[in-house]
Design a binder for this molecule. Structure first.
Ligand code: WT7
Length: 659
C-alpha cells in the first residue's frame, strides 16, 4: 500500500515558491528553526509569552517522569480569558470573533469579542447555578452553532473539562463517552440543519442518558430548529433545561479563576486499534501555547485584517485546536458554517465574508473537483491569500486544483500533519519560507523534533521510508488517556524507548522532506476522520446474524479510504437462496453499524464470506482482504494457516453487495 501511495504522490514536479510579499511580512521566518534548535525550552517559553498568565511558570518543561509531561509548571491561566476577555481588555471588543453562517440561507449572526465575553460569562454563571464545579466533566453534543463554542469556553472558564462528541455519532457512542469520562451535564440542541433539513439531536441524548443510570444530572438544550422534543422537566424530577431559560437571564459578569497550567481542559475521544475509543486528555497551558502559536505561525494570521475559516466540525480535534482555542486565543475573526460542502455554498461564503485564509480537508477538495471548476469560477475568491489542508495526504492532483482553482495560483498551501493526540500542528510548510511540493507535508515545525525510523528505531536514510516518530515532547501533547495511564504508555511509547510512535508510515525524500504514507496500524482514515477497524468489527458482530467480521479501509477516490467489511454469518442466518447474504442483509448490517457508531462508520460494502484469512496464531491478515477490496492480485499468502481460504473469499465476493 505504501508503495502504491508513493507512486501516486510523486508524479507532480511543480514547486510553489512563497509569494514575496507574504515572505517579507511573515509572522515566522527561517531563523526560527535555528533558534528553536539551539534552545527548545526558550523557544516555547517565548511562544507562551504571547498568552496572559495569572502566575508565571517556574519551569517550561518537566520531563522527569516520561511519558508524563508537564509544561509551564507552576503557571496559572484561564483559557477562556485568553480566548475572549483579554481581547476586550485590549480594546478589541468590537472586533467580530465569529461570522456564523447557518445552513438555511438567511440565518446568519456576527458576534463580536465583547458579545462573546458576555455570552460565555452568562453560560459560566448558568452552569455554576446547575452545580457544575471545577473538575466536573461536561459532555457537549451539538451542531455547528455559536452556542457550541460558548459552551466549550464556559466549561474552560470554570475548569470543567468538556468532552465534545461529534453530532453524527450515535446514542450508543455518546453514552459510552459520557460513561467513560463521568459527565454530569450534557449540553445539546433540539437539532441542527443538515442538507437542507432539520436533523434531531435530543432523542439521541435521551437514549444515551437512559443508558448511563444516575450519572447525568442535567441536559441543557439549545433551541435551534424548533422541532418537537421529548421533555423531562426538572420540576418533575427530570433533568432537562432550555439554554435560553438558564443562560439568557444569567449575569454577564463572571470572575474567572486562574487554573493550574496542567489542569485538564478537555477529553476528546478518538479511535484506536481496539474497539474501545481512547479519551485523549489535553491540559490547559501547554495546549493553549501550542495551538495559538502554531495557528499564528502556520496560517500567518494577521488578526486585524484576516478573515479565517476552518471548515472542521467542532466535534473533531481540528474544530477544537483551529476553530476554537488557537484562533480565538489569537483574536482572529473567523467564519463558522453549520452545513456541509454543498455546491457553491462555500464559495459564496468566501465571497460574502472576504475570507482570506481557508483550512479544509483533501476529501472536500476532491468532492469539489468532481463537481467541476465552473462552480467556484462563478464566485469572487480574490480575497483568499492562504490555503490549508489537513486530515490525510493531499494528492498532487487535488493540491494543484486547490492551488489553481481556489487559490487563483497566488495562495500558498500549507499541508499540516498532526493528530488528535498531538493537539497542535507538527509538520507543515511555513507559508513565508517553504516552497510547496505537492504531496509532501515538508518538515517538522520549529520546536518539533520528528524522525522516520526502521524496525530497530534507526533513522532511515534519505530516499527511504519507515515509521514516523516524535523525539521530543511538545506543549500541546496529550498528557494521558483519560483514566488509563497504562494504555497511554502501551499505545504510544512502548514500541521504542523514549520515542512517541504516531502510527503513520512516512518517507524521507532526497531533499529530506517528509511524505506521509498513511496508517501502519489497524486504523482507517475516511474523509479525514479516524475510524478503527476493531470498533466497526465489534459493531458488526453485535448483530445476531454475524459470527465473525473483518474490516479494512480500501482506497476510495473521494473519501481517501472507505470501510469494507467481510462477514461470516451464523449458520442459521444464512439465507437459503439468492447467494450468500442478500442485498437486504448487507443493507441491514450497514444500518446496524450506523446505529451502533454513527453514519460515518457505515461500510461502503459488506461482503459475506465463508472464511477469513488467518495466521496460525489466529490473527486476521487484513492486507489480503484489502487486496480483494481494492480488486488487486492477492499478495503473499504463505503465513496463512489455510492457504485456500483466499480462493473461497474471492469466489464469494462478486455475489456481495456493492454500491
Ligand atoms: C491522522 C490523525 C489532525 C486533525 C485531523 C485528523 C492523518 C492528518 C495529515 C496530513 C497526511 C495526515 C494521519 C494522522 N493525517 N493530517 N496533513 N497528511 N496524513 O486527526 O483523527 O487524530 O487523525 O490523520 O494518519 O495520524 P486524527
Amino acid at each position: 500500500m505504501a508503495e502504491q501511495t508513493l507512486t501516486n504522490l510523486t508524479r507532480e514536479e511543480q514547486r510553489f515558491e512563497p509569494p514575496a510579499d507574504l515572505a517579507e511580512h511573515a509572522n515566522v521566518k527561517e531563523e526560527a528553526y535555528a533558534r528553536a534548535n539551539a534552545d527548545r525550552a526558550a523557544f516555547w517559553a517565548e511562544a507562551a509569552e504571547r498568552l496572559d498568565w495569572g502566575r508565571e511558570w517556574d519551569q517550561v518543561l518537566d520531563w522527569s517522569n516520561p511519558p508524563f509531561a508537564k509544561w509551564f509548571v507552576g503557571g496559572t491561566l484561564n483559557a477562556s480569558v485568553n480566548c475572549v476577555d483579554r481581547h476586550v481588555a485590549a480594546g478589541n471588543g468590537g472586533r467580530v470573533a465569529l461570522h456564523w453562517v447557518g445552513e438555511p440561507d438567511a440565518d446568519t449572526r456576527s458576534i463580536t469579542y465583547a458579545q462573546l465575553k458576555a455570552e460565555v460569562s452568562r453560560a459560566a454563571n448558568a452552569l455554576t447555578a446547575l452545580g457544575v464545579r471545577k473538575g466536573d466533566r461536561v459532555a457537549i453534543y451539538m451542531p455547528m452553532i455559536p452556542e457550541a463554542v460558548v459552551a466549550m469556553l464556559a466549561c474552560a472558564r470554570l475548569g470543567a473539562p468538556h468532552t465534545v462528541v461529534f453530532g453524527g455519532f450515535s446514542a450508543d457512542a455518546l453514552a459510552s463517552r459520557i460513561i467513560d469520562c463521568g459527565a454530569r451535564v450534557v449540553i445539546t440542541a433540539d437539532g441542527g440543519y443538515r442538507r437542507g433539513a432539520p436533523s434531531a439531536l435530543k432523542p439521541a441524548v435521551d437514549e444515551a442518558v437512559e443508558k448511563t443510570g444516575e450519572m447525568v444530572r442535567n441536559v441543557v438544550v439549545v433551541r435551534r430548529t424548533g422541532q418537537d422534543v421529548a421533555w423531562y422537566p426538572t420540576e418533575e424530577g427530570g433533568r432537562d433545561v432550555w439554554w435560553h431559560d438558564v443562560v439568557d437571564g444569567a449575569s454577564a459578569d463572571h470572575t474567572p479563576e486562574m487554573h493550574d497550567s496542567e489542569h485538564p481542559l478537555y477529553v476528546m475521544y478518538t479511535s484506536g486499534t481496539t474497539g474501545k475509543p481512547k479519551g485523549i486528555l489535553h491540559t490547559t497551558g501547554g495546549y493553549l501555547v501550542g495551538t495559538s502559536f502554531t495557528h499564528w505561525e502556520v496560517f500567518d494570521l494577521k488578526p486585524q485584517t484576516d478573515v479565517y475559516w476552518c471548515t472542521a466540525d467542532v466535534g473533531w480535534v481540528t474544530g477544537h485546536s483551529y476553530m476554537v482555542y488557537g484562533p480565538l486565543a489569537n483574536g482572529a475573526t473567523q467564519v463558522m458554517y453549520e452545513g456541509t460542502p454543498e455546491k457553491g455554498r462555500w464559495w459564496k461564503i468566501v465571497q460574502d465574508y472576504r475570507v482570506t485564509i481557508l483550512y479544509t480537508a483533501p476529501t472536500a477538495i476532491r468532492t469539489f473537483m468532481k463537481q467541476g471548476r465552473e462552480i467556484p469560477d462563478g464566485f469572487d475568491l480574490s480575497s483568499l491569500r492562504l490555503l490549508g489542508s489537513v486530515g490525510e495526504p493531499i494528492n498532487p492532483a487535488a493540491y494543484v486544483w486547490y492551488h489553481e482553482v481556489i487559490g487563483g495560483s497566488r495562495c500558498p498551501i500549507v499541508d499540516t500533519w498532526w493528530q488528535t493526540e498531538t493537539g497542535q500542528i507538527m509538520i507543515s510548510h511555513l507559508p513565508g519560507v517553504t516552497a510547496g511540493k505537492p504531496g509532501s507535508a515538508m518538515k517538522a515545525l520549529p520546536g518539533v523534533v520528528v524522525d522516520v525510523v526502521d524496525d530497530d528505531a534507526r533513522p532511515v536514510a534519505q530516499g527511504n521510508s519507515g515509521y514516523l516518530v516524535l523525539r521530543e515532547p511538545w506543549p500541546a501533547m496529550l498528557r494521558t488517556l483519560w483514566g488509563d495511564d497504562e494504555r497511554f504508555k502501551e499505545t504510544y511509547w512502548s514500541r521504542w524507548e523514549g520515542l512517541y510512535f504516531a502510527g503513520d508510515g512516512a518517507k524521507l525524500d532526497e531533499d529530506g522532506d517528509l511524505w506521509l504514507l498513511g496508517r501502519v496500524d489497524d486504523v482507517m482514515n475516511v474523509s479525514g476522520h479516524r475510524l478503527s477497524t476493531a470498533e466497526i468489527e465489534s459493531a458488526l458482530v453485535s448483530h445476531p446474524a454475524v459470527a465473525e467480521a473483518a474490516v479494512v479501509g480500501a482506497a476510495d477516490p473521494t473519501t481517501g479510504q472507505a470501510v469494507c467489511a467481510f462477514v461470516i454469518l451464523r449458520d442459521r442466518a444464512t439465507p437459503a437462496e439468492g447467494g450468500v447474504g442478500g442485498a437486504d442483509l448487507g443493507e441491514e448490517l450497514r444500518r446496524h453499524v450506523a446505529k451502533e457508531i454513527g453514519p460515518i462508520a457505515k461500510p461502503r460494502q459488506v461482503m459475506v464470506v465463508p472464511e477469513l484469512p488467518k495466521t496460525r496464531s489466529g490473527k486476521i491478515l487484513r492486507r489480503l482482504l484489502k487486496d480483494v477490496a481494492e480488486h488487486r492480485e492477492v499478495g503473499d499468502v504463505t503465513t496463512l494457516a489455510d492457504s485456500t481460504v483466499m480462493d473461497l473469499i474471492k469466489s464469494a465476493s462478486p455475489s456481495s453487495k456493492e454500491e
